[in-house]
Each structure stands twice: as C-alpha cells, then as structure tokens.
Design a protein around this ligand. Structure first.
Ligand SMILES: [Zn+2]
Length: 330
C-alpha cells in the first residue's frame, strides 16, 4: 500500500469516524489542555511534548497531519510544548495503566498452540490475554476497590487496561510498583521463570489465579496435555470423561478433581508459568508513559484501538477486527 493511499485512509477515518467524545470514557477532558500527546509521522519520526487547547483541536490535528500512530500521556501543571517539555513541568497525574501483549508470551506460547513468530495468533493463544484481563480486572476491583476500568484493544496483539478512578490517577511510581508486585506470580519472562511461592501470594489472589488458570488449561484440554503435566493415564482419562460427560463444561467437580491430581503430580509451577498474566511492568510503573490514544488508528495494521466491553473481551479476536486499509483482510 502506498504512503499516500495510507494517509488518505487515515484522514478519512479521523475526518468521518473518529469518536472524540468516546475518548472521554478514558481521559478526563477537564484537564485536557495540560495533557501530553505524542505522534509518529508517516515516515515514522516520533514527536512528543505536544498539547492541545481542547479535544476539537486534537481532532483537527489528526485529520490534518494523519499521524501513523497517536499516543496520550500524563497531565502536567502547564501545557507541554517543545519550549516547555514535560521534564520542566510539574507532574499532576496519569491513569493507572496495564499493557498486556502476546509478545510477552512468546517464550511459552508453543506449549499452548502452534503459532510462531510475531505475526501469528489464534483463538487458543489469545485466551492467554483474556485470562490475564479476567485476573487483573477482578483483582483491581475486589482487592484494590477500583471501579472504573476500561479495556482498550491496542490495535495489534494486545490490550491496554485503563483504571480511570481518581485514586488510580494520583498513584506514585512506588505505589504503582507495589500493585504490580501484588499481581506478580512469575519472576522473569523466560520459560524457566521462577514462580512465586504459593504461601507468599495473598490467599484470595492465589485462589483466583489458580481457578482462572486451571479452567483455561482444562478448556478443550487433550489427554496428552494432562499426561504432560504428570497425571497418570487413569487420572487423565477420568478427567477427560468427566468433561465429556458435561459437554465440555468445566464445573467444580472437574476443577477439584484436576486440582487434587495436579498437586500430586508436582507440575503446578509449570502450568502457572505458562498461563499466568505477563504484564509489561515498565508501562505501569512509568508515570510519564505515552500509551496509544484510544480510538486512534494503529498505523501498521490499520485497526482501531477501540474500547471493548466485558462481553466483547470474551469473544474478541484481533484478526477479525476490520482494518481501514483495504488490502488487510478481516
Ligand atoms: Zn496461537
């Protein structure tokens, strides 16, 4: 696709379809004027320290400049500009954000499906993302009392979680780091990453992780998967027939049966290592971070970074998202 036709498609989207009002579901318009924005131009040059008088000025900019990527950052005491860059300004706040991307799972994805490389994904490995969202969303609500959480498709292979409660907005780096620590089950990205000792995890959180992970593992599980995690042939057969008997439903009986047998098999850590949420810590901890602007276009895929409802998250498939570029199918 030529650069000019790509620019035309981006302009058309921003001129006719961009949901500038919808953006208010994620960022507060009262502080719009002193909020930082950043952009990558069509020749992939990156600019930040940009601010706008109001949302319609941002909208005009997007139509006029057709950036390849658009990002939004923190709120400061004065509008960020090239003359007054963010490090010279007072930081006032940033929504608490989480970045979950399939890239983080590359070391373990081959145990779950046959996808390879950066460009492949399938329903089975996308379950890793859905699972991470479920665990993080529930933990933020139940253990941290956060209420307003918005999940936004990244436009490619991930999801961004935005906590828009005012309590999330004011958190310091240290506080964000301790939330990440709370949510951390494995230390490191590699296949052999250390799994946090069960006793070290807060009990409610540990139960939630195990419940969600084992359910995901058991959904469409094959006999060989059960043998691979150390179950004996008879135990594996027993679990498979239980699931089959219930038309694939993973109920309490199946869950308990699996849990007991897994404890005997000593492969508990292995399953957790493959399935638990892998959050990009840097994104959450960096309070000046720029994150893809909700409802903007991902310049590479032509897909919209749109907000997903809880129901949509369950059945979401990024590859079926329409692209504004005509040569990308789906
Ligand atoms: Zn896959």
């Amino acid at each position: 696709m030529s650069q000019s036709s790509r620019e035309m498609a981006i302009r058309d989207y921003y001129a006719s379809f961009f949901d500038i009002k919808g953006l208010e579901r994620v960022i507060d318009f009262k502080t719009f004027r002193t909020r930082e924005f950043g952009f990558a131009s069509s020749d992939n040059k990156f600019f930040r320290n940009i601010s706008f008088e109001d949302p319609s000025a941002l909208h005009d900019f997007l139509v006029d400049r057709t950036p390849l990527h658009a990002y939004v950052g923190a709120v400061y005491d004065n509008p960020p500009t090239r003359q007054s860059p963010i490090h010279t300004l007072g930081w006032l706040g940033h929504e608490l954000v989480f970045d979950i991307d399939l890239n983080e799972y590359d070391a373990v994805r081959n145990y779950i499906c046959t996808c390879q490389g950066a460009d492949q994904l399938c329903n089975r490995c996308w379950q890793l993302i859905t699972l991470a969202i479920n665990i993080i969303d529930e933990t933020l609500r139940l253990d941290f009392g956060m209420e307003d959480i918005v999940w936004v498709f990244s436009g490619r292979r991930g999801i961004h979680g935005w906590v828009t409660d005012s309590c999330g907005f004011n958190l310091t780096q240290e506080q964000r780091m301790s939330i990440i620590d709370y949510l951390t089950v494995i230390h490191g990205e590699e296949e052999t990453a250390r799994v946090e000792d069960r006793k070290e995890l807060p009990e409610e959180f540990r139960k939630r992780v195990e419940y969600n992970v084992f359910r995901a593992f058991l959904t469409d599980v094959k006999r060989k998967d059960l043998l691979n995690v150390g179950l004996t042939t008879s135990r594996a057969s027993n679990i498979i027939s239980l699931i089959k008997h219930q038309d694939g439903k993973i109920d309490e009986i199946v869950f308990r049966e699996f849990n007991i047998n897994l404890a005997r098999s000593n492969k508990y850590d292995e399953i957790l290592r493959r399935w638990v949420p892998r959050i990009d810590h840097k994104v959450t901890i960096d309070t000046r971070r720029l994150l893809r602007l909700p409802f903007s276009i991902h310049g590479k895929t032509g897909r919209i970074a749109r907000i997903l409802s809880t129901q949509e998250i369950l059945n979401f498939n990024p590859e079926q998202e329409p692209s504004i570029y005509p040569n990308i199918v789906g």
